[in-house]
Design a binder for this molecule. Structure first.
Ligand code: ZN
Length: 311
């Protein structure tokens, strides 16, 4: 008896012999998802599991603020079933890239529903100034709080279900398991931070990437440049920061995996602050590194912070 499976196998053999394209079994193919940067790529992978094939545009240790797409990236986007981006102004290049690629599928914004943090550069007493006078703008680094990560996961889940409703139960089960891990890590981070004396919970990083972390976990962050790495710190900004580190006895400065460490080296050498290590701000580490997934990244950052601040 010849069933459908045999016919398919025979057809494949004929196709191989004739060097014809083997017909794809569309229903079994994972959906192709393009994520704008490595942290989001990992979240999509966690929720999508083996039902997605994830390609990340800005890879490990990459800086999405200053990234520039290559022609190959437009081809990657053109082949996607779903594009997922952070939003909040993080990927200034995305609209043009999508347009240039000819892709007309769904573009999901993972921060939808998150209350964005506004970077007000106003000093005390200036809060009433018109918003247009502030230089910072919207802070895109919303993933730096695990409360926000829950919203990312929900948005990714919705986008995957919309793109592939057959695999809804798989996506929902993956998301539920992932949210449990997120909650557990959130609780552990709060306990770890609580072990640091309150007056030592302040640090300096390269750029202003930890505002959501600061708000969620009660650690003060200062940086010589704003929410984008595109700007360069002025000599005046650096001098002011050095004064502030001395005045407030800030214990440690931290490098970032996406930024040049030289400026922070100099700042540390001119103050009593020590170099506390490297924090992963806007990108994961390569596979095999200490922050190869989003949850490993948050865990690593907190352990690095706490180790430097507790002593
Ligand atoms: Zn950044």
């Amino acid at each position: 008896m010849i069933n459908r499976r045999h016919l398919l196998a025979a057809g494949t053999l004929v196709a191989l012999a004739l060097r014809l394209p083997v017909p794809a079994l569309a229903a079994d193919e994972p959906i192709r998802v393009v994520a704008s940067f490595s942290i989001l790529g990992d979240m999509v992978q966690q929720v999508g599991g083996d039902r997605v094939r994830v390609t990340t545009l800005v890879g490990p240790d990459g800086d999405a603020h200053v990234w520039q797409p290559a022609p190959a990236d437009a081809r990657t986007v053109a082949d996607a079933d779903l594009v997922v981006m952070n939003g909040l102004g993080f990927e200034g290049w995305m609209d043009r890239l999508v347009q240039a690629s000819g892709y007309d599928g769904p573009v999901a914004v993972a921060t939808t529903g998150i209350v964005p943090r506004q970077m007000a550069e106003a000093e005390e007493g200036e809060e009433d100034h018109d918003h247009d006078h502030h230089h910072g703008g919207t802070d895109p680094h919303a993933w730096q709080s695990l409360t926000n990560a829950r919203i990312y996961v929900h948005n990714v889940l919705e986008a995957l279900i919309a793109a592939d409703s057959d695999d809804r139960p798989v996506f929902e089960a993956n998301a539920a398991a992932y949210l449990k891990k997120i909650d557990a890590l959130d609780a552990r981070i709060r306990a770890e931070i609580a072990s640091v004396p309150a007056d030592r919970r302040k640090v300096v990083t390269s750029h202003d990437a930890f505002g959501y972390f600061a708000a969620a976990y009660g650690v003060g962050f200062l940086a010589p440049v704003g929410v984008s790495t595109e700007a360069e710190a002025s000599a005046g900004d650096v001098a002011k920061l050095i004064d502030q580190i001395r005045a407030e006895k800030i214990p440690a400065v931290f490098m970032e995996n996406i930024s040049d460490p030289r400026l922070l080296d100099r700042i540390a050498s001119e103050t009593d602050a020590k170099i506390g290590g490297t924090l992963y701000s806007d990108a994961l580490s390569p596979a095999g590194g200490p922050a190869a997934t989003y949850l490993d990244m948050m865990d690593y950052n907190v352990r690095t912070l706490v180790a430097a601040l507790r002593t």
